[in-house]
Design a protein around this ligand. Structure first.
Ligand code: SAH
Length: 396
């Protein structure tokens, strides 16, 4: 165990179970970074007098130096530790396991389930492990064994979301290899999933409640514009919910075939539902010029995006993006505005939305506020883990 000292002013925070080992909390962290300590090393964090505060691991992410694993000096970080964490996380999702209409959800959510840097998702009988640092990847064997002992599975796959790592066999680890895409169900709607196209797998599981609300309450008979549409998951739910037409816009070529696939799985004829491979910012200009108007506009941009002609950063550019969306939304129409930047709080996001409406000189009412669904467990001391904000906004 490698011992590191915390600055006294931060000790209380860790005693109260703050999970992230952030640079400024560690005495001489520059030395730590330049030392030969390897990622995955267990750390004993102490106060200035050398008294135990917590056990953690060294694993570099842009967020910090690693994560706390335990505040109990006697707790060993061994096979049994990982088994207990995974087993407990599975138990907390039994409701989802037992729901035949939903076969895709998060089983283990990083620090919210007690181990930062690690997520595990369930997709129709198979598991996908995401490792966010070399440090947590050092515990790969224990984590895999914990899954094997806790659940039955068709296949287990892994993704390494840190640099210098090349996946072998699409990250296949155990069970029987899958042929991609596979099909999952979400609240009775089918979605196509693949583990072999980089970090994204076809669906963002944290938007499950939003897709359901759009299908059940907002889509029927409406004209819908889904921007940054990716695989058209929102579009599919809107179409299943009886939308008159759904227009999907995404810059990436792959979005076309993926969206068609999701439509096909749900017997949606693409005729009334154009899928455009195009820059959203261009499309807004085109739509304004043509006077196109939609009843429901979905805005779920990435935190940062760069295209040929535009760069977008949520913090800086959300208001202007929203102002563009407002111009193509019908009177009394609805805008679903989503943001997943962990450094933007719900309050701050509401301010950005207010700014957007000011720019467009329009009034609005927030009619629904959504945050993460239950399977995306958050950490009560770490606000950044509660990153998702989705507002259903009505034009007034
Ligand atoms: N809203 C989607 C997920 C969006 S992922 C869903 O929930 O399913 C972000 C998407 O934005 C990517 O597919 C990317 O290709 C697209 N994108 C990024 N910049 C863009 C731009 N300027 N115009 C159109 N699409 C863009």
């Amino acid at each position: 165990m490698y011992e590191i000292k915390l600055h006294d002013k931060h000790v209380e925070k860790f005693k109260e179970k703050y999970p992230l080992i952030f640079k400024e909390s560690v005495v001489g962290y520059q030395l730590l970074e330049s030392s030969d300590i390897e990622e995955g090393q267990l750390l004993r964090l102490t106060d200035s007098k050398g008294k135990f505060v917590a056990t953690g691991y060294y694993g570099l992410q842009n967020k910090g130096l690693g994560w706390i694993l335990s505040n109990n000096e006697r707790e060993k970080i061994d096979d049994a530790f990982f088994l207990k964490k995974v087993y407990q996380s599975v138990e907390k999702r039994l409701g989802l396991y037992n729901n035949p209409k939903t076969t895709a959800f998060r089983v283990f959510n990083g620090e919210g389930d007690g181990i930062g840097g690690l997520t595990i998702d369930f997709f129709a009988g198979s598991y996908l492990i995401n490792y966010y640092s070399k440090g947590i990847y050092a515990f790969k064997n224990q984590i895999e064994n914990a899954i094997k002992k806790s659940v039955e599975f068709d296949a287990i796959y892994e993704k390494c979301r840190f640099e210098d790592h090349q996946e072998v066999n699409d990250g296949f680890i155990a069970g029987k290899p899958l042929t991609f895409p596979i099909t999952v169900m979400e609240n009775g709607v089918k979605l196509s999933i693949f583990f072999n196209e980089g970090g994204m797998v076809g669906v963002f599981l944290d938007q499950r409640e939003i897709r359901k609300a759009i299908r059940n309450q907002y889509a029927k008979g409406k004209t819908v514009l889904n921007t940054f549409s990716y695989t058209g998951a929102f579009s599919t739910f809107a179409a299943v919910g009886g939308a008159k037409s759904v227009t999907s816009v995404d810059l990436a070529n792959r979005s076309l075939e993926h969206t068609l696939k999701n439509f096909e799985l749900n017997h949606i004829s693409p005729e009334n539902h154009p899928i455009l491979v195009e820059d959203v910012f261009h499309y807004f200009k085109f739509a304004q010029k043509k006077g196109l108007i939609y009843d429901l506009v979905i805005l779920d941009p990435p935190s940062y995006a760069k295209s040929k002609d535009f760069t977008f950063s949520a913090e800086k550019d959300y208001p202007t993006l929203l102002a563009d969306a407002i111009k193509v939304t019908s009177p009394k129409g609805i805008i679903v505005a989503s943001n997943n930047s962990s450094n933007i709080t719900l309050e701050k996001f509401k301010q950005l939305v207010g700014k957007g409406f000011n720019l467009a000189n329009k009034r609005f009412k927030i009619i629904e506020v959504h945050q993460l669904p239950k399977d995306f467990r958050t950490h009560f001391k770490y606000e950044e883990s509660n990153y998702l904000k989705v507002l259903f906004i009505q034009m007034d």
